[in-house]
Design a protein around this ligand. Structure first.
Ligand code: C2O
Ligand code: CU
Ligand code: CU
Length: 379
């Protein structure tokens, strides 16, 4: 149970992103906690170990609220994972990546919604922060580290790579560990996605610096974080060749296939992002999956922008991208999938434990606030 007291001048709603919780505890955008009020959220934590996060979800103002700081990390552990021997404690580091824009006095700049580019691209800042710090660096020992990377940016998509040319050892994504570790040279991390990697600084040696780079950014947007290898330390951690088996959901089990088309409706100031042609309406339910059944959801993106689609309540598996094998970061459980312009992505999920109303939406926060959200009710 977590009690949130709202001491802000505006209503808020708290969502545990990736959490499998009842609708009452899910932070629905209309389930507001008014200024001066509090709400108790119950998180049973009966799900696999994973890096989750929590953030504001108030209707139409999630983007400015998260931008102003209403987001945090929620690390769920379990004995199975603890027994694997992965780097722990001081060697298990969360990295929350966000982009911001600052005025000369250090205050945050957030353009008004009258800016049409804000609606189109979502907010894109010129300064990267890691865990709230601009131009960050971290002193590390010459050994292995587990890095839990969360893209908590409003709209920016990162392509991460290490400046020493070493691949990442990818061990987990949104829903926790992958079945086996994978060596990947570059990692795509769209808004709300998480990747967990092991990086071994022993290869570089004391005195070296290794930069976590963003291959999708120029200038200061290309450098996320600098690791300075400052000391030698013993390392008894390891990355086992088997992490945690994942039972694949069988498409033949699906009782329903649903199509969701992601597009822009209208133009200029009157434009809105819509799903199946309709803007969000909290009194409309667009799908009613049956409890304990499996469904395939097909996200089709005829628009010219990428949409990171997020479904509350469930973890899903990515079946394919335009018929092709999903990316390495999509070999495990996911709650957010990036759907590139022109692409169709199919995911599969089982709706378990809770009946009731949940939302799903684009996690480009300006798109989300500007109506790219819909509701389903588990019946
Ligand atoms: Cu991370 Cu509905 O949100
Ligand atoms: Cu969520
Ligand atoms: Cu979008």
């Amino acid at each position: 149970m977590v009690r949130h007291r709202n001491q802000l001048p505006e209503p808020i709603s708290v969502h545990l992103h990736g959490g499998h919780v009842s609708p009452e505890d899910d932070g629905h955008p209309a389930d507001l906690v008014q200024p001066g009020q509090s709400k108790d959220y119950f998180y049973p934590n009966t799900q696999l170990a994973a890096t989750l996060w929590y953030h504001d979800h108030a209707m139409d103002v999630t983007a400015p609220h998260i931008y102003a700081g209403l987001a945090g990390l929620y690390v769920l552990e379990d004995p199975g994972e603890a027994g694997l021997g992965l780097p722990r404690g001081a060697y298990d580091i969360p990295l929350v990546i966000q982009d911001r824009a600052f005025a000369a006095d250090g205050s945050l700049i957030y353009p008004g919604m009258s800016s049409t580019s804000l609606l189109t691209t979502g907010f894109l800042g010129d300064t990267l922060l890691v865990n709230g710090a601009p131009w960050p660096y971290a002193p590390v020992a010459a050994r292995k580290y587990r890095l839990r990377i969360l893209n908590a940016s409003n709209a920016r998509h990162y392509m991460l790579a290490l400046s020493n040319g070493q691949p990442f050892t990818l061990i987990g994504t949104d829903g926790g560990l992958l079945p086996t570790p994978l060596d990947v040279p570059m990692l795509s991390v769209a808004p709300a996605e998480r990747v967990e990697v092991v990086v071994d600084f022993a290869r570089d040696g004391v005195g070296a610096s290794v930069v976590l780079q963003n291959m999708m950014g120029q200038g200061q947007l290309s450098q996320v974080l600098r690791f300075d290898v400052t000391r030698v330390e013993a390392d008894d951690s390891s990355v086992p060749s088997v992490l945690r088996p994942i039972a694949r959901l069988d498409p033949a089990e699906a009782v329903q296939t649903r199509d969701w088309t992601l597009d822009l409706r209208g133009s200029g100031r009157g434009a809105t992002w819509v799903i199946n042609g309709r803007p969000f309406n909290p009194s409309r339910i667009d799908a009613r999956p049956q409890l304990d059944t499996v469904e395939i959801w097909r996200f089709r993106n005829p628009s010219t922008m990428m949409h990171p689609m997020h479904v509350h309540d469930v973890m899903f598996q990515v079946l394919d991208r335009d018929g092709l094998t999903p990316e390495p970061t999509e070999q495990g459980w996911k709650d957010t999938v990036h759907v590139e312009a022109g692409q169709t992505v199919q995911v599969i999920a089982r709706f378990t434990d809770y009946r009731g109303i949940y939302v799903f939406h684009c996690h480009n926060l300006e798109h989300e606030d500007h109506e790219m959200m819909s509701q389903f009710e588990v019946v």
